[in-house]
Write a protein that binds this ligand. Structure first.
Ligand SMILES: [Mn+2]
Length: 382
């Protein structure tokens, strides 16, 4: 199938549909889009189920869909790594729209087919190694009450990571979350803490996101203080993260000239600023990040606004002067070998994207690199 021209295959599939309809025959489509995972259904000798990554329903990278949130343990397919969408954007301080991020990232990933995703740099295909990788769809989150929504996301992580993994190499399923605004990282950190204990966070972002709720949120209420710029402060107060964490790509202004950074250090963070890449190079940035977290379990959170708006305009709080997509992907791939226990790509708000969909394409590749890190290093929960 791989050798056949894709346009021809798609045209053949459409032709088969019309021929079969004309002949009054029932056409059987597979339940979920998948390049190689689905059985082949044939009508009149023409295959109508495979051959196009653009057929059927959209999952991340055409991975099989598993309804991980429902059903008894024995009723659902086992997996090692799960994609989980978190459609939530009522914790933002600027432009909303990231609730559509999970759908947008999946749309950006449609050209990725598990069967033919061999990386030109490494020669590896992360989808065809030991790990069963599935898309669990989105967690149902209310848009009317942030407190309830974050509890719903806590529960979704608990269920999805609470299944028995398929491979004995992992034991506990790990999750790559598709945000959602950055507040959605907080439930993910609570979840990995329960399985692996305190983690070091590698936080790719243009903003520090450790703001004290009394500073960002204005102190008007506790509710207002839980937002996409304070979640790392809250994670520190809840004792979820180690003091060996690090930001990467920071360039946005702070609110208090000295106080914000002082609190940031107290929360356990060092900083690699956006412009440090000009001095350190990609290899130097990788060295700073890997040296900082060492052998500890690591959570990697990627706010798409770490990229320059030239490469990712579709985000809530765009900041100019950021990294290129190529630099970010090279840095992420350079983290191979770290004990990554969970990851996310957040703050993708597709409504602001270009017609060329540059942000969702970038976000889909970021998720691909994050999956690569999880596959590269199986981590057993203690
Ligand atoms: Mn952020």
């Amino acid at each position: 199938m791989k050798a056949i021209d894709m346009d021809f295959v798609l045209a053949s599939s459409l032709l088969a549909t019309f021929v079969s309809l004309a002949q009054g025959r029932e056409i059987i489509f597979p339940p979920i889009s998948g390049f190689s995972q689905q059985p082949i259904y044939e009508q009149g000798g023409i295959d109508v189920s495979t051959g196009s990554a653009f057929a059927g329903l959209t999952t991340y990278a055409n991975l099989p869909y598993v309804h991980c949130l429902a059903g008894k343990e024995e009723e659902i397919e086992k997996y090692d790594i799960a994609i989980l969408g978190a459609p939530f954007d009522t914790g933002v301080t600027a432009r909303p729209g990231a609730r559509f991020g999970p759908g947008g990232i999946r749309r950006g990933s449609r050209r990725i087919s598990p069967e033919s995703a061999y990386d030109i740099e490494s020669g590896e295909n992360v989808f065809l190694q030991w790990a069963e990788i599935v898309d669990c769809g989105d967690a149902p989150l209310t848009f009317l009450d942030n407190t309830i929504a974050l509890k719903q996301l806590d529960k979704a992580h608990e269920i999805v990571s609470g299944r028995t993994a398929k491979s004995s190499r992992s034991g506990t399923p790990r999750i790559v979350t598709l945000g959602g605004d950055h507040t959605t990282t907080l439930p993910a950190l609570r979840s990995v803490y329960k399985k692996w204990g305190k983690v070091s966070v590698i936080h790719f972002d243009s903003h520090i996101d450790t703001w004290d709720p009394s500073v960002l949120g204005g102190g008007v209420s506790h509710y207002a203080g839980v937002n996409h710029g304070t979640f790392l402060h809250i994670a520190h107060e809840e004792g979820l993260i180690r003091n060996t964490s690090i930001h990467a790509g920071i360039r946005a202004p702070v609110v208090r000239p000295k106080g914000d950074r002082k609190n940031d250090i107290r929360c356990g963070f060092e900083i690699v600023k956006a412009r440090d890449i000009d001095r350190l190079g990609v290899a130097g940035v990788i060295a700073r990040l890997t040296d900082r977290v060492g052998e500890s379990p690591v959570y990697i959170s990627v706010d798409i606004d770490v990229l320059d708006p030239a490469f990712a305009p579709a985000t809530g709080t765009a900041e100019v002067g950021g990294w290129t997509t190529r630099e970010l992907l090279s840095i992420l791939d350079g983290l191979a070998g770290l004990k990554v226990v969970g990851a996310d790509i957040v703050e993708v708000a597709p409504v602001y994207d270009s017609a060329g969909e540059i942000t969702v394409l970038a976000a889909a590749e970021v998720a691909h690199s994050l999956l690569g890190l999880l596959v590269r290093t199986p981590v057993k929960a203690p």
